[in-house]
Design a protein around this ligand. Structure first.
Ligand code: TXA
Ligand code: MG
Length: 362
């Protein structure tokens, strides 16, 4: 199971700027050729940037693990251009998969289904299931279509780091290790797809993400939620990505939960206590919280208004990267609730905190 270590063979990483207006077909065609030749291409999806390889080419897929230094036990998502391609990579497709595809594809929903044997074990980490999604982003769509093969793609960051929402984030982690980055600007959803298992007795969310639990329940009636990192620790690896320490900034992060007024009070006290000890402290806040901290010797960043969770999700990883860039030692982050995208935001912040969560009583 260990890490596939980076072998040090540097590649020249090219960057193609893809402009939506004059859609760059020749550039997409070149990128597709790189994929067909077994190369690695980072590309924007609506959630985060992915690091793509031909999913049917085991050696190319191994290259993803090497570039990311990702452990081989963590399986990849296979990206398709449309739902009709599902039988190329899965078998025994239940009717509910087609229902979900009709509602949410293209979009930030990943379905875990029984794998076809043509999908190499490198993609599925040796497992008998495969995770599949159809991304919405026009660059992702065009690339997969032009490549004419299913595209395996994890988030385009080094293992354990924050997911990239901009081409420059990809380069910061992977320049020299991959062949090409398609720069389609910042991504619109900002958190990764929801991973939903359809091989469990009841459809089960393994990772909350861009499609909310409520949206899934509107279609399915009920979905199970796999106990998140906050409660499960590193135990059952139903979704290996549920490792507790994941999506982490360099700074130590502490997540605060509770009624906003009490939560923010405790955060302010703790920030000032740390500052008094000489620690450089950053705060991840909602826009409306900023006034409460104004004038204090703290590094403040707002991800968006608390009632606009789409904006908070979109800005979440970039805001954490900014706090790292400001060289804070500790980040105190507020919670944004569990409704809608709040659950995915809470999941990522809990992982970033490595389980260090403070529940504030009001
Ligand atoms: O939005 C996204 O999902 C992005 C974009 C690029 O599509 N991709 C992404 O991939 O976040 P990655 O590899 O960073 O996360 C994939 C998650 C991991 O938690 C992994 O454990 C889980 O999906 N996963 C993949 N295959 C699985 C399987 N067969 N069974 C259960 N979980 C699986
Ligand atoms: Mg990832």
């Amino acid at each position: 199971m260990g890490l596939v270590a980076w072998d040090g063979e540097m590649r020249r990483t090219r960057v193609f700027k893809i402009d939506f207006q004059g859609f760059a077909e020749p550039l997409i065609a070149q990128a597709a050729e790189v994929l067909r030749a077994g190369g690695l291409v980072a590309f924007p999806t609506e959630t985060v940037y992915g690091l793509g390889a031909n999913a049917l080419d085991a050696d190319a897929v191994k290259g993803i693990f090497a570039a990311k230094e990702r452990p081989a036990y963590d399986p990849l998502i296979v990206h398709l251009a449309e739902a009709a391609e599902l039988p190329q990579v899965t078998v025994g497709i239940p009717p509910v998969a087609w229902t979900l595809a009709a509602h949410f594809w293209p979009g930030p929903l990943t379905l875990v289904l029984p794998r076809r044997t043509e999908v190499p074990p490198e993609v599925t980490a040796g497992g008998e299931t495969v995770a599949v999604r159809v991304p919405l982003h026009p660059v992702a769509q065009a690339l997969i279509r032009a490549a004419g093969v299913p595209v395996a793609a994890p988030s385009a960051n080094r293992f354990g780091q924050l997911s990239p929402t901009r081409a420059e984030d990809v380069l910061a982690d992977l320049e020299g290790r991959i062949d090409l980055v398609l720069d389609g600007g910042p991504t619109s959803v900002g958190v990764e797809s929801t991973v939903l298992s359809l091989v469990t007795p009841v459809p089960t969310i393994l990772r909350p993400g861009g499609v909310s639990r409520e949206a899934l329940e509107n279609v399915l009636g009920f979905v199970e939620l796999f106990p998140g990192p906050a409660s499960s620790g590193q135990g059952a690896l139903a979704s290996p990505g549920s490792l507790l320490q994941h999506y982490a900034p360099r700074a130590k992060l502490i997540l605060y939960r509770g009624a906003p007024a009490a939560m923010l009070d405790v955060m302010r006290e703790e920030a000032l206590r740390l500052h008094a000890k000489g620690t450089r402290v950053g705060l991840l806040l909602a826009e409306e919280d900023l006034a409460l901290f104004a004038g204090l010797p703290l590094i403040l960043r707002a991800a968006g208004p608390a009632e606009d969770l789409e904006e908070v999700a979109r800005q979440l990883f970039a805001t954490l990267r900014e706090l790292d860039a400001a060289e804070v030692r500790v980040i105190l982050a507020r919670d944004f609730g569990s409704a809608g995208l709040g659950l995915a935001i809470r999941d990522r912040l809990t992982r970033a905190a490595g389980g260090h969560v403070v529940a504030v009583q009001s």
